[in-house]
Design a protein around this ligand. Structure first.
Ligand code: FMN
Length: 318
């Protein structure tokens, strides 16, 4: 789990694994009081629950400071870390310090945005490195600095079984083959407010005209956040929903600018896009990591593409 500071999760898992009552704090916008959601497994099910195996918990971190903080106490200590750099696919941690955009509107990441791996290793828990690890040499390098392994997204997103719309995947591979595949870090696209990697592709939400043509609508709503309507009463809103609705719910209009509906865009990318009664078909948004050298090498060796098994073999150097 990434997205914030997952300090409550290890203890939550401890409780749930032995069917104990537990609760999780809720982050509520505009809150004037504290909120949490509770669960009592015995009360919910009437008891007599079978024993459970507590799953391992890996926290995704981008800074060694967070790794050290989480590891300090039993209650917050994960079983390990995924250490993700700013070039990884999907969401990224924001750049540290004052936000600066380059001429192309992308956040500028610096040396401080890469975790100090020696300090992560010194925490003493296993860790996996993520972001641009797509070759056996890179995996070997990761292990050399003490990592248990790597977490890989882009190499698998481009493999035959990834589930991405084959037309999109083939277009990306064709552009990759001629060195023209572009992945940008969009500081605005994600309703979460975190930077999000977006592939620049015709016919997707990366194009200004496609974005402008989409009637704003929030129906899948996976990224809605709770806000306080009145003390003790919650509503839900998303900065990518229709602007007037977001504002009516007390949201700041500035938060809506450039926001894209990742819920509908990402599902459209795996051919599960919704078709609207008015004839509008949801347009995909596609994410990949920004480090494409390893996948370009893979494609040079396997110009017809690859399977997930071939990707694993490649990473293991077989
Ligand atoms: C298509 C795609 C979808 C992803 N979805 C998620 C996700 O839902 N949750 C998450 O924590 N990371 C997600 N990631 C990030 C990966 O788990 C991984 O850390 C990252 O892709 C590693 O960098 P790489 O893309 O350079 O291999 C995604 C990455 C890609 C490429």
């Amino acid at each position: 789990m990434g997205a914030g500071i997952p300090a409550e999760i290890p203890q939550l898992l401890d409780h749930l694994a032995v069917h104990e009552k537990c609760s999780l704090d809720l982050d509520v916008d505009d809150a004037t009081m504290e909120y949490s959601v509770g669960l009592d497994p015995q009360a919910l099910t009437g008891g007599a629950l079978a024993p459970l195996l507590r799953p391992m918990f890996l926290a995704i971190v981008s800074a060694h400071v967070l790794a050290a903080y989480l590891a300090r106490e039993d209650a917050t200590r994960p079983d390990g870390f995924v250490v993700e750099g700013p070039r990884a696919g999907g969401h990224n941690a924001p750049a540290r310090g004052r936000p600066v955009l380059d001429d192309d509107g992308q956040p500028v990441f610096g040396p401080r945005d890469n975790a100090d791996l020696a300090k992560v290793a010194a925490v003493g828990l296993p860790f996996w490195l993520a972001g641009g690890y797509a070759t056996a040499a890179q995996v070997a390098q990761a292990r050399l600095v003490g990592a248990a392994g790597v977490q890989v997204g882009t190499l698998f997103a481009l493999c035959a079984e990834s589930g991405l719309d084959p037309a999109i995947r083939e277009e990306m591979l064709a552009e990759l083959a001629v060195g023209e595949l572009v992945v940008r870090t969009d500081p605005r696209a994600s309703p979460t407010g975190f930077p999000f990697k977006v592939v620049t592709l015709k016919g997707t939400m990366s194009q200004a005209e496609e974005y402008a043509a989409r009637p704003r609508l929030c129906d899948l709503s996976y990224l809605r956040v709770p806000f306080e309507r009145a003390p003790g009463e919650l509503g839900y809103r998303c900065p990518a929903e229709p602007v007037h609705m977001y504002v009516r719910k007390g949201g700041d209009i500035a938060d809506t600018v450039g926001r894209k509906c990742l819920c509908n865009g990402l599902t459209a990318g795996i051919q599960l896009g919704q078709r609207r009664r008015d004839g509008y078909n949801e347009v995909p948004i596609v994410t990949l990591g920004a480090d494409l050298d390893g996948v370009a090498q893979m494609l040079a060796d396997l110009p017809e593409g690859w399977t997930a098994v071939q990707a694993v073999d490649r990473l293991l150097g077989d």
